[in-house]
Design a protein around this ligand. Structure first.
Ligand SMILES: [Zn+2]
Length: 710
C-alpha cells in the first residue's frame, strides 16, 4: 500500500488530467462515475489526513475552466455543483443532515427533478429581454456564449410577464437523442469524428465559434432555477427573501413555465425522503424511454426559508443533492484489437470482445479512441475488461481487470503500416490519430465508394462491400467515374469471397472474415449495371454529397445544389458566395472551395461529366442566394477590417441595398469609428445599430438576421 501522501499526489494528477479532458477538450476518457469515484477517494484521504490538504487540490475548488475564444463573464451568484448520492442509504443520510440542520423530526418537503445530462447555462434577462448567456465555467466565471444561445429555438428572447430588472435563469442545454443521432449520421457521412455522447455534442456545439452551425443542430434546453438581485420587489420582513421570487421551489418551477421557459415536466413534490427514493427507483429503468439523456435525479428542499437556514458548505448547497443512477457495467474478455482505416485515412483501434449482454443489447465491439488511451489504461489483448455503457453510442472499456491478467500478456502495439496498403502510418506530433497518408489506399477508396453508392448519396443498390473490395483489388475501379464503365460481361464472371456481415460492422477491418466464394452472375450484373446507369440521372445534390467533400453533409449538398443549380456554378463560387447560402457556414464554404481548387477533383468532375452524369440545371436569372434581399443597410464611420466600398460590395452580392442616408426604411446602420450624424439620426429614428463585429458576423452568416426578435 502506497503512503497516503503519494496516493494523494497521484490522485490529484489524475483528476487534473481528466478535468482537462472533460472541460477543456470536451472529450472525457472516463465515465462520470469513475471520475466521481476518484474525487471521492481523494476527499476521503484528505479528510483522514487534513495536514496534507493544499489550496490547489482539485477538491478545493469547483471544477471547470473557460476555454479560449469566448469572453468571460461573472455569474450573479456562484453556480455551485451538487453533492452526489449513489444509494438509498446516502439519500437517507442527506435527509438526516437536512432534518438535523432544520431541527425537525417530521418529513421535509422536497422537489425531485430529472437531472439533464447537458451543459449548464445561466441566462440573464433585463426587463424580460434576453441579455446574455454564460456557461457554468468554474462556477464563478463562465464563457459568454450569447451569440450561440440566441440561436437555440426553445430559449425565448423575450419572457412573458417576467419580473422587471435583472433576472438570471439557470438550466441545462442538451441534445435530444434523435437530433444527436442525426448529427452523428451526418458527421459520419462527412468523414468528421463522431461525438461520443449527446453531452459532448452539446458542449462542443455551444462552444463552436459559428452561430449558424449552432442554429442548425437542434439543441434544446430545460430550466430549473432563477436568481435575482436582493432588495427588489416586495420589501417585507428583513429575514425573508426580498428578491420577489416565489417562496417554494415548486412555485418557482411553475413561474419559469409561465414566463415561457421550457421546464422538464416530470418534476414532482415529495413529502419526505421515502417518496424521493420511490421516485429515483422508478426512473432508473424508465429513463431509457425519454427522448433525452438523464444521469440522475436532483433533489432540492422545497421551501426557500428552509434552504436559507441550511445554507452552504464551501462547495455545495446543504439543501440539495444529486442522486446518480447506477452505472451499467459488465465484464468480458478482450479478444483482440483491430484497426480500421476510414475514408479520410484515419486509423483507429477497435476492441473485439467476447459477446456480452449489457443494458438491453449484446455488445461485441467497444471504442478505444486512440493508441494513447490504450496505453494510459494499459489495456492488453487477452485481458478481462470492465465495460460500461453510459449515454454513449458505443460502450467503452473502463479498465482492465489486473487481478485476472494472465502471466506474460503483451501490451498492444499499433501497427507501423496500414493494414490494407502497407504504407507506413503517419502521426503528426500534436495529434493523437494515426493516418494512412496514401490517397489511393484501397481501404480509403473502398470506404469512399461505399459512401458514393450509399442510399443517401447516389443510391446504387447492389454495390455491396465484398464486390467493392473485388473491384478495387482488380483495379477495375480506381475512382467514382470508373463505376460508369463497368459492363455486364465484365462483372458476371467475377468470383469473390463474400464476407460474413457482422452486426453494424461496416468498417474496414484489418483481419479477414470467414470466406465463401461465389460467382457474381449475369442476373446480378445486369441489375447492378442498370442501377449504375439510373444513377446518372440523379439529382445534383446526391452527386455533391457522394463526392465526400469534407464537412458537406446531405443537407449542405442540397443547399448548394438548390442555390447554384449546376456543379459548374458550385465549383466557380467564391467563399463569400458559398457562405451566402443558408446552411453553409465558413468551415463548409472553405472546405468546398479547397475541394474544387484541387486539380484531382477537377479532373474527377470532368470524367464524371464525360460519363454522362447529370450536372444540374442553371438557376433562373437572379435566383442565386440573396439572403439580404429587401434589407437596406447604411455604412457610416471607418472600418478596421475592410474598406467601406468592399463592405458595400459584399453586402450587395448578398442582396442588400446599400444606401447613403438613414431613413425610417433603413434596416440596419453599421457604425464604425467616429461615426457622426448618420448614427445620431439612426438613434432618433430607432433604427437598429450595429458595429463592425455585427457587420463581420452578418457577412459570415447572412441567413440569420439577428435584429427581428429583439
Ligand atoms: Zn492504406
Amino acid at each position: 500500500m502506497a503512503a497516503p501522501a503519494d496516493r494523494i499526489d497521484a490522485l490529484r494528477a489524475v483528476i487534473r488530467h481528466h478535468e482537462e479532458r472533460y472541460y477543456v477538450h470536451d472529450d472525457p476518457e472516463v465515465s462520470d462515475a469513475e471520475f466521481d469515484a476518484l474525487v471521492r477517494e481523494l476527499r476521503e484521504l484528505e479528510a483522514a489526513h487534513p495536514d496534507l490538504v493544499t489550496a490547489d487540490s482539485p477538491t478545493q475548488r469547483v471544477s471547470g475552466r473557460p476555454a479560449e475564444g469566448f469572453e468571460t463573464a461573472v455569474h450573479l451568484r456562484p453556480m455551485l455543483s451538487l453533492d452526489n448520492a449513489y444509494s438509498d442509504e446516502e439519500l437517507e443520510a442527506f435527509d438526516e443532515r437536512v432534518r438535523k440542520g432544520l431541527g425537525t423530526e417530521g418529513p421535509v418537503h422536497y422537489v425531485a427533478e430529472l437531472k439533464i445530462d447537458g451543459l449548464s447555462i445561466a441566462i440573464t434577462y433585463e426587463d424580460g429581454r434576453f441579455a446574455r448567456g454564460v456557461t457554468r465555467g468554474d462556477g464563478v466565471i463562465g464563457e459568454d456564449v450569447s451569440s450561440n444561445v440566441r440561436t437555440i429555438q426553445p430559449i425565448p428572447l423575450r419572457l412573458k410577464n417576467a419580473p422587471d430588472g435583472r433576472l438570471e435563469v439557470r438550466g441545462e442545454i442538451y441534445f435530444p437523442r434523435a437530433a444527436f443521432d442525426r448529427l452523428n449520421g451526418e458527421r459520419e457521412a462527412e468523414g468528421a469524428p463522431l461525438f461520443a455522447n449527446p453531452r459532448n455534442a452539446a458542449a462542443g456545439t455551444l462552444r463552436n465559434l459559428d452561430p449558424s452551425l449552432v442554429a442548425r443542430r437542434g439543441l434544446r434546453a430545460f430550466f430549473y432555477h432563477a436568481v435575482r438581485e436582493d432588495n427588489v420587489g416586495s420589501r417585507g420582513d428583513a429575514e425573508a427573501p426580498t428578491d420577489g421570487l416565489p417562496e417554494t421551489h415548486a412555485s418557482l418551477m411553475e413561474s419559469l413555465s409561465s414566463w415561457g421557459l421550457p421546464v422538464e415536466k416530470h418534476w414532482t413534490r415529495c413529502a419526505g425522503i421515502d417518496a424521493v427514493k420511490t421516485f429515483c427507483a422508478s426512473w432508473a429503468e424508465t429513463r431509457q424511454q425519454l427522448p433525452f439523456d438523464t444521469d440522475g435525479i436532483v433533489i432540492k428542499v422545497d421551501r426557500r426559508e428552509e434552504r436559507e437556514r441550511l445554507g452552504f458548505t464551501s462547495k455545495f448547497p446543504r439543501w440539495a443533492t444529486a442522486y446518480k443512477f447506477p452505472a451499467q457495467q459488465a465484464t468480458t474478455t478482450l479478444l483482440r484489437i483491430e484497426v480500421q482505416v476510414g475514408r479520410t485515412g484515419a486509423v483507429t483501434p477497435l476492441a473485439v470482445l467476447a459477446p456480452v449482454f449489457l443494458a438491453g443489447s449484446t455488445i461485441q465491439y467497444a471504442t478505444l479512441h486512440n493508441e494513447d488511451e490504450i496505453r494510459r489504461k494499459d489495456i492488453r489483448p487477452g485481458d478481462e475488461v470492465l465495460l460500461e455503457k453510459g449515454g454513449d453510442v458505443i460502450p467503452k472499456i473502463v479498465k482492465p481487470i489486473l487481478s485476472t491478467r494472465p502471466e506474460g500478456l503483451a501490451p498492444f502495439e499499433m501497427p507501423a503500416q496500414c493494414p490494407v496498403c502497407a504504407t507506413a502510418l503517419e502521426r503528426p506530433e500534436d495529434e493523437v490519430v494515426w493516418r494512412c497518408p496514401n490517397p489511393s489506399c484501397p481501404a480509403r477508396l473502398r470506404r469512399s465508394l461505399e459512401h458514393f453508392a450509399g442510399r443517401r448519396a447516389m443510391n446504387i443498390d447492389g454495390l455491396g462491400s465484398a464486390l467493392v473490395d473485388k473491384l478495387v483489388a482488380l483495379e477495375l475501379v480506381r475512382d467514382f467515374a470508373d463505376l460508369y464503365r463497368l459492363t455486364v460481361e465484365g462483372l458476371a464472371d467475377l468470383k469473390f469471397e463474400a464476407k460474413a456481415r457482422e452486426g453494424g460492422d461496416e468498417v474496414e477491418q484489418g483481419s479477414a472474415r470467414t470466406p465463401t466464394a461465389r460467382r457474381f452472375g449475369e442476373k446480378s450484373a445486369t441489375a447492378l449495371v442498370t442501377q449504375i446507369d439510373n444513377s446518372r440521372r440523379n439529382e445534383l445534390w446526391r452527386l455533391i454529397f457522394g463526392l465526400g467533400i469534407r464537412h458537406v453533409g446531405e443537407r449542405g449538398a442540397q443547399a448548394l445544389a438548390e442555390a447554384f443549380g449546376t456543379m459548374q456554378a458550385v465549383a466557380a463560387a467564391n467563399v463569400d458566395q458559398l457562405q451566402a447560402v443558408s446552411d453553409i457556414g465558413p468551415v463548409v464554404a472553405a472546405s468546398v472551395r479547397r475541394f474544387f481548387d484541387t486539380p484531382a477533383s477537377t479532373h474527377l468532375i470532368a470524367r464524371l461529366e464525360a460519363a454522362g452524369l447529370h450536372m444540374g440545371e442553371p438557376v433562373a436569372e437572379g435566383r442565386g442566394p440573396k439572403p439580404l434581399e429587401g434589407r437596406t443597410i447604411v455604412l457610416t464611420g471607418g472600418l478596421a477590417t475592410m474598406t467601406r466600398d468592399e463592405a458595400a460590395e459584399r453586402l450587395t452580392v448578398l442582396g442588400a441595398k446599400v444606401a447613403g442616408s438613414v431613413s425610417k426604411k433603413t434596416s440596419l446602420v453599421i457604425a464604425g469609428e467616429d461615426a457622426g450624424s448618420k448614427l445620431a439620426r439612426a438613434r432618433d429614428l430607432g433604427v437598429p445599430i450595429g458595429d463592425e463585429d455585427t457587420l463581420v458576423h452578418l457577412l459570415a452568416t447572412p441567413a440569420t438576421w439577428p435584429f427581428d426578435n429583439l
